[in-house]
Design a protein around this ligand. Structure first.
Ligand SMILES: [Zn+2]
Length: 130
């Protein structure tokens, strides 16, 4: 497993059958980004874009995602930021912090989906988080 230091944005409509290392796939129609976990474990990480989830910044060359990518559910438990394409590693959270984050994420998402028509975002979430 080799960690990825940089993610290049690629604007697509829907994700390819197999994602490539080092690419941050950005689908504006589905308001979702995807990439292979930067630790090199090969897991596909899907980050829906919404006010309650992730925000994408694109400066014409490189992309940033906010907040950090916390892969609590994966064996690697990797945690990193993507800032202007550069992968910045963050410390691993404790089990308590992970539980807190999960609760907060679920509440934020439910509040957000309650206010808005979920549309394609919810469909994608269902697809990727069965
Ligand atoms: Zn990983």
């Amino acid at each position: 497993m080799t960690a990825v230091a940089f993610l290049r944005p690629e604007f697509i409509e829907s994700f390819p059958p197999e994602m490539m290392r080092g690419v941050l796939y950005v689908s504006i129609p589905y308001a979702t980004c995807g990439h292979l976990c930067a630790c090199g474990c090969g897991q596909e990480i899907v980050t829906p874009l919404s006010p309650a989830q992730w925000a994408l910044t694109y400066d014409g060359q490189n992309a940033s995602l906010r907040p950090s990518i916390g892969n609590w559910g994966l064996p690697c438990r990797s945690h990193y930021w993507i800032k202007e394409g550069v992968v910045r590693w963050s410390r691993r959270y404790t089990a308590d912090e992970i539980a807190d984050n999960r609760t907060r994420d679920r509440r934020d998402l439910q509040e957000h989906l309650g206010k808005n028509n979920p549309g394609p975002i919810a469909k994608l979430i269902r697809r990727f988080r069965p």
